[in-house]
Design a binder for this molecule. Structure first.
Ligand code: FAD
Length: 544
C-alpha cells in the first residue's frame, strides 16, 4: 500500500474529487486504483478565502512497484508505514511471579494497566479517588455547590485529570513506534468516535470519556486485572542492602493496609502533592522542573471562528476554531496559549481545600458560547523557585491560595475584563463576554494573584496576540485565574530501565513524574512503562 501525504482539496470539494486527485497525483488511470482510505485529514486556513482540506491517503494499486519507483524522490509518496502494535513480551501461561501494581487510574495508569493485562500479568490498579460515576457527582459538587471533596474531584479518581476535559488527543512527542496509534485504537474500541483515527486534531469531549473509562475498566477486569478505588498510597517500604542500593518491597495504603509488592508503577498525576512529599521524605530522587502559570481567557467562540475562518466560519468540516499562540516578551519570559478549548467552559480544577485553580473542558459538540484557553508564562526552578525540589509546589499553592482569598473564599475565581487588566485597574462590571466558570467569579484585579513578572509579560503578550487574531485583545474578553497546574512542577527521575534512579522496583510514569503532558502522551508513557515492567518480570530482552 502507498501513502500519499499533503494532498490538498478545496473545503467544499465533492466526494469524487478525492479519488480523482489521487489518480492525478500518481498519474494513473481509474482502473489502476483498487481502493483508498483516508489516513489523516487536516485543514489549512492560512488563507481564509481559500481554506483547503489536507489529506493523507492510503492507496492500493493494481501494480504499486512502478509507481513507487517513479515517485522515489517525492517525500509525499511512500510505502504506508506499519503502525500495528506488537507486545514486547507476554506472561507465560504458568506465570506465578508478582502481580504488578499501578498507582493511579489516569490515562497513564489506565494504559499501563491495560497493556499489562493484555500481556497476561493481571495488574492491580489503585486509585485514591472514586469510580468515575461517583467521582462525577463529587466534581459537580464543587462546580454547583462549592463543595470540594479533596479525594474525589477534577484531578483525582477513575480516568485521572483528563476525564473532565476537552479530550484533545494529539501530542508533539516523538513516536517512532506509533504507540499513539495503539492508544487511539483502544479508545475507539472503548467507544470513542472512529474519526479520532483520521482527524489531525482529534478530540472526544468529556461525556464520552466517562463511558470510555468504564469500558476500559471492564476490559482490564475481563483479562484478570483488578481495580481498587479509594485506595490512596501513603507510604513506601524500601529495603536497603549493604551497598546502599534501594529496592521498593511494599506500599502502605491510607487504610493502614500494607501490600508486599513487585514492580510498582507510580502514575499519580501532577496534583498528588502529598504523594510527592512522601516520595521525597522516603528518599526517592526527584528534582524541580519548569512549568507555567497564568490565567484562562474567554472570548465568544464566534469571534475566534470569524477571525480564523472568515466567511467559512461555522462550516461543519471545520468545526469550532482553535488557536495556538506564543510570544517572547521584553522581560525574557515566554507567554503562550495552553490547552485551548473551543466552544467549552472554564472549570474549577482545584484538589486542595482553600485553593482555586482553573482549567478548561468541552463537550464533543464544542458548541458552548465561549472559546477558552490558558494564557500562561513559562517559569523555571533556577530563576523562580530555587533551593528545594518541591519548591514549585509551594509556589503553586501560594498563588492558588491567593486566588481563593481574592475570589472571596468560597471557591469563586478572581476574574477581570482584559481591558481593565491591561489598564491595571480592578474590574467592577462585565462587558459583552460572560465568563463560564462555576461556581462563579469575583470581579477584581488579577495582578494580586500572580507574580509581577507574569503580569507584565501577559500584558505585553495579550496585545501582541491581538495583532495575530483580530479582536483577541478586545477589552471585554474575560480573564479568570489562576492557571497553575499546567504540568508537573517536579520530575521523579528514572533511568534507562524506566525505574527510579535510586529506588529499584519503583517506576515513575506519566505527567506527575514529569514524563508526559496531556492525555495522549501520558497514555503512551503508560504503554512504555508497562513494557519495561513486563520485560523485568519475564526477564525477556527482545520482541516476541
Ligand atoms: P492523572 O490523569 O493526573 O492521573 C493520576 C491519578 O492518580 C488520579 O486518578 C489520582 O486520583 C491518582 N492518584 C494520585 N495520587 C495517588 C495516590 N497517592 N494513591 C493512589 N492514587 C493516586 N490533556 C489533553 O491532552 N487534552 C485535553 O483536552 C486536556 N484537558 C484537560 C482538562 C482538565 C480540566 C485537566 C485537569 C487536565 C486536562 N488535560 C488535558 C491534561 C491531562 O488530563 C493530563 O495530562 C493527564 O490526565 C495526565 O495523565 P496521568 O495519568 O499522568 O495523570
Amino acid at each position: 500500500m502507498l501513502r500519499i501525504t499533503d494532498l490538498k482539496l478545496p473545503l467544499n470539494h465533492a466526494e469524487e474529487a478525492l479519488p480523482a486527485a489521487i489518480r492525478n497525483r500518481l498519474r494513473i488511470t481509474p482502473r489502476d486504483l483498487v481502493r483508498y482510505t483516508i489516513a489523516r485529514r487536516a485543514h489549512d486556513a492560512r488563507d481564509k478565502m481559500d481554506i483547503q482540506l489536507v489529506y493523507s491517503v492510503d492507496v492500493t494499486l493494481k501494480n504499486e512497484a512502478p509507481v513507487l519507483a517513479r515517485f522515489r524522490r517525492d517525500r509525499h509518496v511512500n510505502t504506508t508505514p506499519d503502525t500495528g502494535y506488537r507486545f514486547v513480551t507476554k506472561a507465560p501461561a504458568d506465570y506465578a511471579g508478582p502481580r504488578p501494581v499501578v498507582v493511579g487510574a489516569g490515562p497513564c495508569g489506565l494504559f499501563a494497566g491495560l497493556i499489562l493485562a493484555q500481556m497476561g500479568f493481571r495488574p492491580i490498579i489503585l486509585d485514591r479517588g472514586k469510580v468515575v460515576r461517583e467521582r462525577t457527582k463529587d466534581t459537580w459538587g464543587l462546580w454547583r455547590r462549592s463543595e470540594l471533596n479533596p479525594e474525589s474531584n477534577v484531578q483525582f479518581g477513575e480516568g485521572g485529570a483528563g476525564t473532565f476535559s476537552d479530550g484533545k488527543l494529539w501530542s508533539q512527542i516523538k513516536d517512532p513506534r506509533h504507540l499513539g496509534r495503539k492508544v487511539l485504537i483502544e479508545f475507539v474500541k472503548a467507544g470513542a468516535p472512529p474519526e479520532i483515527l483520521t482527524e489531525a486534531h482529534p478530540h472526544i469531549g468529556t461525556f464520552r470519556l466517562v463511558t470510555m473509562v468504564e469500558s476500559m475498566r471492564r476490559t482490564v477486569e475481563a483479562l484478570g486485572g483488578e481495580y481498587r478505588f479509594e485506595h490512596r498510597v501513603d507510604d513506601l517500604d524500601i529495603a536497603e542492602d549493604a551497598d546502599g542500593a534501594r529496592r521498593l518491597r511494599g506500599i502502605r495504603l491510607h487504610s493502614g493496609e500494607v501490600m508486599e509488592t513487585g514492580p510498582v508503577v507510580f502514575a499519580v498525576g501532577h496534583s498528588a502533592r502529598d504523594t510527592f512529599h512522601m516520595l521525597h521524605d522516603r528518599g526517592v530522587y526527584l528534582e524541580a522542573k519548569p512549568f507555567s502559570i497564568g490565567v484562562r481567557i474567554e472570548h465568544p467562540q464566534s469571534w475566534i471562528d470569524h477571525a480564523r475562518f472568515g466567511p467559512c466560519a461555522g462550516h461543519p468540516d471545520l468545526g469550532a476554531a482553535a488557536y495556538s499562540l506564543s510570544h517572547h516578551c521584553k522581560n525574557g519570559r515566554t507567554v503562550y496559549s495552553f490547552c485551548m478549548c473551543p466552544g467549552g467552559t472554564v472549570v474549577a480544577a482545584t484538589s486542595e481545600v482553600g485553593r482555586v485553580a482553573t482549567n478548561g473542558m468541552s463537550q464533543y459538540s464544542r458548541n458552548e458560547r465561549n472559546a477558552n484557553s490558558g494564557i500562561v508564562v513559562g517559569i523555571d526552578p533556577a530563576r523562580d523557585y530555587p533551593g528545594h525540589p518541591l519548591a514549585g509546589i509551594e509556589l503553586q499553592r501560594h498563588w492558588e491560595t491567593r486566588a481563593f482569598e481574592v475570589g472571596g473564599g468560597t471557591y469563586k475565581a478572581p476574574a477581570q475584563r482584559l481591558g481593565d487588566f491591561l489598564a491595571g485597574r480592578p474590574s467592577t462590571a462585565l462587558g459583552s463576554v460572560i465568563p463560564s466558570y462555576r461556581p462563579g467569579v469575583e470581579l477584581t484585579d488579577l495582578a494580586a494573584c500572580l507574580p509581577e513578572f507574569a503580569v507584565t509579560a501577559m500584558r505585553e503578550a495579550l496585545v501582541a496576540f491581538g495583532r495575530e487574531i483580530p479582536g483577541y485583545d478586545h477589552p471585554d474578553a474575560v480573564l479568570t485565574g489562576v492557571e497553575t497546574r499546567t504540568s508537573s512542577p517536579i520530575r521523579v527521575t528514572r533511568g534507562d530501565d524506566f525505574q527510579s534512579v535510586n529506588t529499584a522496583g519503583l517506576y515513575p510514569a506519566g505527567e506527575g513524574a514529569g514524563y508526559a503532558g496531556g492525555i495522549l502522551s501520558a497514555a503512551v508513557d503508560g504503554i512504555k512503562i508497562a513494557e519495561a515492567v513486563a520485560l523485568a518480570l519475564t526477564g525477556a530482552a527482545g520482541q516476541v
